[in-house]
Design a protein around this ligand. Structure first.
Ligand code: URA
Length: 235
């Protein structure tokens, strides 16, 4: 891909601005040699303003989502995109969420522009488990685990039952819940069906991938080993 188009697609600026950036010598190789519009160099060897380029097309980003941020491109209020460099909002191809989290849910959120990866993660065949830590308003009554694992629970406004899910009770009001699908407000609606209310919800794991030291509000680019972890190919 031509350098101007590559930089514009990564969100550094318009094509016109990128022509000017190249002309001004802001785009170099690692030795500081100025690149030309027709230069062809591997992505990882190009610097913009002395910094390595943002990841190429096909990237997967993990964010530890804080409370109060919305998974949307253009809602009012704080958006998860506010936590990434501004360029990431206008990259082409665009970044999408891999399974949204509610505004009031925290934890592991992925973004990608890799359609194949997105499809694989949400495909029932891959059965990528999502693990949630839940804090409830009232003590559980004891029947929740059986209800959730039955494969027969039909949530309000749904027509077909949920897939069996595993509930691990930690205390009377805290639990870990593992889901094998992703429906709208699923965890909150599951506990609502038991007459309870979710006060705090945190996604801790996707497949075997955890936040592993990524602090709240921070993000990192995932590598091949992390991606294998999502699909349980690490074990
Ligand atoms: N289930 C919910 O209710 N909310 C989320 O954000 C994720 C799963």
């Amino acid at each position: 891909m031509r350098l101007v188009k590559l930089l514009a697609n990564l969100g550094y600026g318009s094509r016109k601005e990128m022509q000017i950036a190249i002309r001004n010598g802001w785009v170099t190789d690692k030795e500081g040699n100025r690149l030309k519009a027709e230069s062809k160099l591997p992505h990882e060897e190009i610097l913009f303003d002395d910094e390595p380029l943002d990841p190429p097309e096909g990237c997967i980003i993990l964010l530890n989502k804080p409370l109060g941020y919305t998974c949307s491109m253009k809602d009012r209020g704080r958006l998860v995109f506010d936590l990434l460099p501004e360029r990431y909002r206008v990259r082409k191809p665009a970044l999408s969420f891999v399974g949204r989290l509610d505004k009031d849910t925290t934890g592991l959120l992925l973004f990608t522009d890799n359609g194949k990866f997105l499809h694989e993660v949400i495909s029932p065949k891959a059965d990528v488990a999502k693990v949630y830590e839940v804090e409830l308003d009232r003590p559980m009554t004891g029947g929740e685990a059986d209800q959730f694992s039955s494969g027969e629970l039909v949530l309000e406004n749904d027509t077909h039952p949920l897939k069996p899910a595993e509930l691990e009770t930690l205390t009377e009001t805290t639990a870990r819940l593992t889901l094998h699908e992703g429906r709208y407000h699923q965890v909150r609606r599951m506990f609502a069906a038991t007459g309870n209310h979710v006060n705090k919800l945190h996604r801790a794991q996707l497949g075997n991938l955890t936040l592993d030291g990524v602090e709240e509000g921070q993000w990192k680019l995932l590598g091949t080993a992390d991606i294998d972890t999502i699909f349980g190919k690490d074990s």
